[in-house]
Design a protein around this ligand. Structure first.
Ligand code: PGA
Length: 212
């Protein structure tokens, strides 16, 4: 299976989301071996899930989950609350590690909660120093210098990273960082990837579908 994940970050309004869905719904054609995962800001998750219902191989995901199971944690959204809504969750994105000071301990707790509540974690790593945990099937390699900069990583370096990690067969390795409809192919040819985590190029449904 290949994965194409849209990470909308905090970049979409309700109006943008509605327009995106309309374009996506009218142009989407299922591919048996490609799973699409859309990760919107929380307020749009349920809406997106309902609007995309019935499209095969399309799932929705959260951009993070709380490190807490549930309780008095103002502003947090728990995996428990997301159960039945989000199929996937991005965990440990570098923007969260930096802006929200997420630690390995918190990331480990988030992954455990995802497993408990049947949400598939997509673990983002910045380099070989970030921990990889056993209970994760999807690893997104996202070198910080490539994120949102237009400076996508050399596919050969992506392959080197993959080989250095020696992942078990059940774990899929995907790449993220300035992926576009122009550059994605070289990662298949030279990068050994099973898909992409796409930020900027996922904001326009038409462009995102071209990568698909
Ligand atoms: P980008 O973002 O495609 O805009 O570089 C990727 C990401 O942060 O997941």
């Amino acid at each position: 299976m290949k994965y194409l994940i849209a990470n909308w970050k905090a970049q979409m309004t309700l109006y943008d989301v509605q327009t995106w869905i309309e374009i996506f719904r009218s142009a989407y054609k299922e591919k048996k071996d490609v799973t699409i995962i859309i990760c919107p800001p929380y307020p749009f998750l349920m809406h997106l899930k309902e609007k995309l219902h019935g499209l095969k191989n399309v799932a929705v995901g959260a951009q993070t989950v709380s490190q807490f199971d549930h309780g008095k944690y103002t502003g947090e959204v728990s995996a428990k609350a997301l159960q039945g809504i989000a199929d996937y969750a991005i965990i440990g994105h570098s923007e969260r590690r930096t802006n929200n000071h997420e630690t390995e301990q918190q990331i480990q707790a988030q992954i455990a909660l995802c497993n408990t509540y049947h949400i598939n974690p997509v673990l983002c790593i910045r380099d070989e120093k970030d921990e990889i945990y056993d209970n994760v099937d999807l690893i997104a390699y996202e070198p910080v210098a490539a994120i949102g900069t237009g400076e996508n990583e050399d596919p050969k370096k992506v392959l080197e990273m993959k080989e250095s990690l020696v992942l078990p067969d059940n774990v899929s390795f995907i790449y993220g960082g300035s992926v576009t409809k122009e550059n994605f192919k070289e990662y298949y040819e030279k990068g050994g990837v099973s898909g992409f985590l796409v930020g900027t190029a996922s904001l326009e449904a038409g462009e995102f579908l071209k990568i698909m």
